[in-house]
Design a protein around this ligand. Sequence first.
Ligand code: C2O
Length: 545
Amino acid sequence: ALTRQYTFNIKYQNFTRLCHTRSLVTVNGQFPGPRLVAREGDRVLVTVVNHVAENITIHWHGVRQLTSGWADGPAYVTQCPIQTGQAYTYNFTITGQRGTLLWHAHLSWLRSSLYGPIIILPKLNESYPFKKPYKEIPILFGEWFNVDPEAVIAQALQTGAGPNVSDAYTINGLPGPLYNCSAKDTYKLKVKPGKTYLLRLINAALNDELFFSIANHTLTVVEADAVYVKPFDVDTLLISPGQTTNVLLKTKPHFPNATFFMLAGPYFSGQGTFDNSTTAGVLVYKHPSSNNHFPSLKPTLPPFNATAFVANFTMKFRSLASAKFPANVPQIVDRRFFFTVGLGTSPCPKNTTCQGPNNNTKFSASINNVSFVLPSLALLQSYFFGQSNGVFTSDFPQNPATPFNYTGAPPNNTMVSNGTKTVVLTFNTSVELVLQGTSILGAESHPLHLHGFNFFVVGQGFGNYDPNKDPSTFNLADPVERNTAGVPAGGWIAIRFLADNPGVWFMHCHLDIHTSWGLRMAWIVLDGPQPNQKLPPPPSDLPKC
Ligand code: C2O
C-alpha cells in the first residue's frame, strides 16, 4: 500500500456560466475540484490550506474512517472549521472499500463549488467483478447559482422562507445547451464504437435528486456507494445527492449516424418551488469523417414527481453477496430505533416577521421532532475530552414521543423542538433503524446519509411502517449496502448497521436545505476493548473553534 499526498489550496477563482460571472470558492482553482485517486489499502494525506475569507471543512463522503474520526470533516461535529490562513491535514486509510465516492465541503452550502471525485481502485493484482472497461470517466452532477449560495441560505434562514433555487444543473460543471447563454458550456463525452466505458456517476447537487439517461443507450449498474452490486440494466436511473453509481456503457458496435444527448433533471415529490430544468451533455462518437450534421437524439426523463418509478428503481439494487464480496448483514439486532424524518415549523424570533409555511413561522426540519442545533464547539472533541456539558446531551429519543399517522393529514401542531441531542452506542452494537417519512408539510423524499458506516437497506415500503407485519418482508440475504439511501415520500426504509467504529458520526438528509433546517443528528460510538478499537487522540493540527 502507498501513501498518497494531496494539497488542497482553497482559493477564489472566477467562473462564468449562463453569462454570469461569479467568484467561486475552489480547490486549486478548479471547478469541479480535483480527483483524489487511491487504491484500497492506501493511506491518504490531504493538506487543506484555507486562503479564503470563509471557514472551511472537507468531508470524504463514504470513506469508512475506521478509528480516524478526526479526519471525517463535518463542521462542529468532528472538527472546528479551518479558519482563514490555517491548514489541516486529513489523514486516513482506505480499508475494505473500492469504487467511487466524493469529497465535498461540509459547512453551510459551500459544497456548491467545493466537490470532486474520490476514485478507489482495487488492490494491485485484483480486478473488477465485471469485464475491464476500456476507459473510466467521472460524471459529476452539480448545481449552478447565478448568485452566491451562501447568501441564499443565509437569507432563507433569516426570513424563514424556502430558499431561492439554483439556476441550472450541471454535468462536470457545465449546464449545457438547454439553458440560455450556455451552448458553449456543454460536456462532451467522446467515445469509440464497440467499447465498454465505466461511468462513475456522482451527485454533488445541493438540493436535488436527479434522473439521468443517455439516448438510445442502456446503462448497466455495477456499483453503488463504493460497493459492488448485482449488475442490472436501466435506461434511466435516479441518483440522490451524496450517492455514487458506477455504470457500464456499451457503445454501439459501428459508427452511428447520430449524436446522443445525456440528460439529468430533477425528481421532486414535495410542495413548493424547485429548479425544474434539465442539464444536457452529449455522447459523441469520434467519427473518422466529420459528423457535424448528424441528428441529436434525446432521451425522455420521467416526470419530476415519478415516485413509483423511483421506488421501483431503488428496489433493483442487491448486494453482490459473493464469496469474495459477502454481504455482512447483521442478522441479530441489539437495539431498535424508529425515527421520523420530515419538515416542520419553528416560532419566529421576537420582533421579526417570518415568511414560513404558516403565519409568521419559520421552516424547520427534524428527526423524531428534534431539530438538531449545531454546537459552537465540535462534538468529537467535547466527547473525547469528557466535556459534553453545555455542548450536547445524550438523550436523543429512540422513538417519536407521540405516535401519529405519519403519512396522513398533518397534526395541528407542526412545531419542532430544538436541541443538540445524540445517541450513545456501545462498541459493536448491531442497530436496526426504521426511517419513517412524515407528511407534516408535504410528503418529500429524504436521501439520508450516515457518516462512518455503510448500512444495509433491509426493507422499504409506502405508508406507515408496521412493526408487526413489515419485518417479515426484510431481505437479510443480499440487501444493498450503501451510505446514502432515500426515505421514500410517504413511506419508510429499514436499515441495519454494526456500530464497529468508535467516534461521533453525523447522520443527516443530504438535501442541504433540509440539513440546514435541522434534519440531522449524531451517534456516539464508544471505544471497544482492543487497542485497534479505540479512537486515538486528535492530531496536533486539529483546528480550534
Ligand atoms: Cu456528503 Cu455529511 O455529507
